[in-house]
Design a protein around this ligand. Structure first.
Ligand SMILES: *Cc1c(COP(=O)(O)O)cnc(C)c1O
Length: 380
């Protein structure tokens, strides 16, 4: 449970991101303890948070990194991760990004189309290297999550469709500088229904039979990430249910001898340890509601505006009787709203507000829209 050091906060300019490194460590301990039960490999999806302070803890815990851009590959290397623990996904890898990853000697490219793997083959050939790849297959499994963060349905842009698997595999077999070693999946994000992961296992089992029958040896089964967190109860459920999660794969995934299982978790590792701390600038009485206007905006945390995401909002400094507020930022967009009808103690100018569970897809998505500064980060 995050305890906020209010005396320390009092002297600081707002807004800022506050990271509870003790909670991050406890979360990582849990991940490591649970994955080690089954010998699983976990790569942290660095697109969720690339803050060097967090990456140092994640590296210390022994996790690898899952990247979706060349700069993320570079970031992982700059932060001391072993290139052999780096995997690289993404539908639109540019030539320079492919070169950079080959130069670094990453473990695996998660390839998303035939034209892409042909380009990787060409670039690897010119560099006298071989690229290890895993095929990202779109398993057409519904993750039962928000439409913007579901990725494993036929209509999504990600991965190779089930009907194309056969033709893509035979085309890859003809490429001299590609070694097909794995299968890769990622069905979406903020998934709390373990049934979705069970359905993924069933689909993988079917595919494995096809690969076996066709004598294509699969060494790596990468099941992606997507485990959700409890945005409503960040204190009661500060650490996600890793035990239950890994157990689903242990129970339902049918593996062949020597196969490694890889995971790519982002949100579940870092979301709960981060909080956006902001100050109330004004309380404005509207005709029908009250607005608490804060000094953080959608440029600092875009999730509510982008996906209608819920974040728990707390007034850290008032103990008065509760009222309802729309908590909004200063950016000139109506979507710059962190929460509607939020029940908080009576709020006044100068109060400190915590926007919880902001450690994933928060700081990393911040922008300078309205030419606002990038919020700094503070560690526990
Ligand atoms: C974003 C992403 C992840 C991580 O997703 P989370 O929901 O944060 O766990 C994993 N793998 C790939 C390929 C991704 O794009």
């Amino acid at each position: 449970m995050t305890q906020f050091p209010l005396d320390r906060f009092a002297g600081l300019e707002t807004p800022f991101y506050y990271y509870d490194l003790d909670l991050l460590k406890q979360t990582l301990n849990k991940v490591v303890e649970q994955k080690n039960k089954y010998g699983y490999h976990v790569h942290f999806a660095v697109k969720a948070n690339a803050n060097p302070g967090l990456l140092a803890e994640i590296r210390e815990a022994g996790l690898g990194i899952d990247c979706v851009s060349g700069n993320e590959v570079q970031c992982a290397i700059d932060n001391g991760f072993d290139p052999q623990k780096i995997v690289f996904a993404g539908v639109g890898k540019a030539d320079w990004e492919i070169k950079l990853a080959l130069e670094a000697g990453i473990r695996c490219f998660n390839i998303e189309s035939l034209p892409e793997v042909e380009v990787i083959n060409e670039i690897a050939g010119a560099m006298n290297k071989k690229a290890t790849v895993a095929m990202r297959i779109n398993p057409n499994v519904d993750a039962h999550t928000h439409q913007y963060i579901t990725t494993g349905l036929e209509e999504n842009k990600f991965g190779i469709g089930l009907t194309e698997v056969e033709s893509v595999v035979s085309a890859i077999m003809k490429l001299n500088n590609i070694e097909l070693k794995g299968l890769h999946f990622h069905i979406g994000s903020q998934i709390t229904d373990m049934g979705a992961f069970q359905a993924l296992c069933t689909r993988i089992n079917e595919l494995q039979k096809w690969f076996e029958a066709n004598k294509v040896k699969i060494e790596i089964v990468n099941v992606g990430g997507g485990l959700g967190i409890d945005y409503e109860h960040p204190d009661q459920n500060s650490i996600p249910t890793f035990e239950e999660y890994f157990n689903v794969f242990h129970k339902f995934l049918e593996l062949r001898d020597g196969q490694e299982v890889h995971f790519e978790l982002g949100r579940a590792i870092v979301a709960q340890c981060g909080t956006l701390i902001t100050k109330v600038l004004y309380v404005k009485e509207g005709k029908k509601k009250k607005f608490a206007i804060v000094d953080a905006g959608m440029n600092d945390l875009i999730r509510p505006a982008l996906y209608h995401a819920y974040h728990k909002i707390e007034n850290l400094t008032s103990k008065a009787a509760t009222e309802q507020y729309d908590v909004v930022g200063p950016v000139c967009e109506s979507s710059d709203c962190f929460g509607q009808a939020v029940v908080m103690p009576q709020t006044k100018r100068g109060d400190l507000i915590a926007i919880r569970s902001a450690g994933a897809y928060g700081e990393v998505m911040s922008s300078r829209y309205n030419l606002r500064p990038i919020a700094p980060t503070i560690f526990s």
